[in-house]
Ligand binder design. Structure first.
Ligand code: CP
Ligand code: NVA
Length: 300
């Protein structure tokens, strides 16, 4: 049976195995498919990292990738996502989809006979989380018994980090303004998983509470793709949530700083933090390539 990865929950039983495989693929570039596989990548939103890393991953694995801007497909002029999925499945071995609406990703997967990967939507960004936890593992040598502080918007990345933290047994403290909490249902699922793994989860208002004794500080943009109309209001509301040296002082001495990128320097993070000695953001970005190789290799 084909397997889709639409949520971090779809890696509930083997996230750490996928990370292990990704690390193996990073060390050994000779591992490839025995026959050529083709990935079709639908993008409704812009991308630098996800598009390039998926494409490079396929090339390194002896496959190919086809970039499909949704604007240049019939999706935009009335063909349903279901019909699109049925047709694409007949040409391709695997499909990735960056969408505005999580329900569209679910609908694509339901109608596709080949595996579907969520390449970011309004609710989650599962591919990012594989690279993030891989980077944390490389730097800290473990995933459980660490504390992550996520500062800023309770968005798609925050939702996926919550699930990843529960699966791996990492404590997570999210500091966000009121009305910008992570998704309620995701929070419920994360808490349900934490009953088994025993990690602590909290959502707080004061970023200093979250960063207190943290091993990892993570932030993301204040204005996600699709939220542009709220830019002015968000930039005001999120101002106290900037990751700067004053805030980072509350973390453990050997903390690492992560950001999924793109970063808006001077907004959610200051230059001295993102360019500082604790920052691993470019290694994290590089790991998008190996983690995507890991996910695709596993699915195919
Ligand atoms: N982090 C991430 O997904 O970046 P892109 O939007 O550039 O793909
Ligand atoms: N939260 C951001 C992540 C970008 C990779 C967005 O959805 O725009």
């Amino acid at each position: 049976m084909k397997r889709d990865i639409l949520s971090v929950c779809d890696m509930k039983d083997d996230l750490e195995d996928i990370i292990g495989l990704s690390i193996k693929l990073k060390k050994d570039r000779t591992i490839k498919f025995s026959d050529k596989k083709i990935l079709g990548m639908i993008f409704e939103k812009p991308s630098t990292r996800t598009r390039i890393s998926l494409e490079a991953a396929m090339i390194q694995l002896n496959g190919e990738a086809i970039y499909l801007s949704s604007k240049d497909m019939h999706l935009g002029d009335g063909e349903t996502i279901g019909d699109t999925a049925k047709v694409m499945s007949r040409f391709l071995d695997i499909i990735s989809y960056r969408a505005y609406d999580h329900n569209m990703v679910i609908e694509l997967a339901k109608n596709s006979s080949v595996p579907v990967i969520n390449a970011l939507d309004n609710l989650e960004h599962p591919m990012q989380i594989v690279a993030d936890f891989m980077t944390i593992y490389e730097k800290k040598g473990k995933l459980s018994n660490l504390k992550m502080a996520y500062i800023g918007d309770g968005n798609n990345v925050a939702n996926s980090l919550l699930l990843g933290a529960s699966i791996t047994g990492m404590d997570i403290s999210i500091a966000c303004p009121e009305y910008h909490n992570p998704d309620k249902e995701i929070l419920r699922k994360a808490k349900e998983i934490s009953l088994k793994t025993g990690n602590n989860i909290e959502v707080v208002r004061d970023p200093r509470t979250a960063v207190d004794s943290a091993d990892i500080i993570y932030t993301d943009v204040w204005v996600s793709m699709g939220d542009e109309k709220e830019r002015e209001e968000r930039e005001k509301q999120f101002r106290p949530y900037q990751v700067n040296s004053e805030l980072a002082d509350y973390a453990n001495k050997n903390y690492i700083f992560l950001h999924c990128l793109p970063a808006h320097r001077g907004m959610e993070v200051t230059d001295d933090i993102i360019d500082g000695i604790h920052s691993v953001v470019f290694e994290e970005a590089e790991n998008r390539l190996y983690s995507e190789k890991g996910v695709i290799y596993k699915l195919l």
